[in-house]
Design a protein around this ligand. Structure first.
Ligand code: GRF
Length: 193
């Protein structure tokens, strides 16, 4: 049976696009729902263009178990993938989807994670600290920001000439290449259970 993925995203949605394209031709899974807390988010336009149902939520809806679980169960969602979703995931959702909520973080956790560490803040901090490498971390969500079990990390070099912008581009290339691979790996493991 095909697994149904829900993508939660607040922004542009370039990773969501990669995931949608990857699973479009897959027998294993498909993206069945895109959830965003921002009406103007690019990810919603991507979903519409791909004919994927969307759900726009506010904080109250996210933290209301009856509302959110109803919408996820209507689409028979098996796995939730966070692709730049900026609100904290509620406990009831983590309990309902144990080891079935995956996040991508644009740095090598446990460094440069936690509250406020998103987007350019992450890359600026990596540059400020003179790191010689950065990368991506794909991990399960638990009750603390960016502390769940790590699924996959990939690294890139930080060169002396890099700034936050050029580093962001390098990291984004890793995200686009590896996020669909990691999500597929988890789906294959779930199907074995
Ligand atoms: C990515 O950098 C991801 O690591 C972070 O949010 C960003 C989303 O970018 N969690 P996009 O909207 O997929 O382009």
């Amino acid at each position: 049976m095909q697994q149904n993925i829900a993508i939660f995203a607040s922004g542009t949605g370039t990773n969501a696009q990669r995931l949608i394209s990857h699973f479009k031709t897959s027998d294993l899974a498909s993206v069945a729902l895109v959830v965003s807390n921002k009406k103007s988010a690019g990810v919603l336009r991507i979903a519409e263009a791909e004919h994927i149902p969307t759900l726009v939520i506010n904080k109250e809806m996210l933290y209301d178990p009856s509302f959110l679980l109803l919408h996820l169960s209507r689409k028979k969602i098996d796995l939730i993938v966070l692709a730049g979703f900026l609100l904290k995931i509620p406990q009831f959702l983590i309990r309902q989807y144990p080891d079935k909520i995956i996040n991508i973080h644009p740095a090598l956790l446990p460094k440069y994670g936690g509250r406020g560490m998103y987007g350019h803040h992450v890359h600026a901090a990596v540059i400020d600290h003179g790191e010689i490498e950065s990368g991506i971390t794909i991990h399960f969500i638990n009750e603390n920001y960016d502390e769940g079990k790590i699924i996959l990390q990939k690294k890139c070099a930080v060169r002396p000439e890099d700034d936050a912008k050029s580093l962001a581009q390098k990291v984004q290339q890793l995200e686009h290449r590896w996020f669909p691979v990691a999500v597929e790996k988890i789906i294959r493991e779930n199907l074995k259970d």
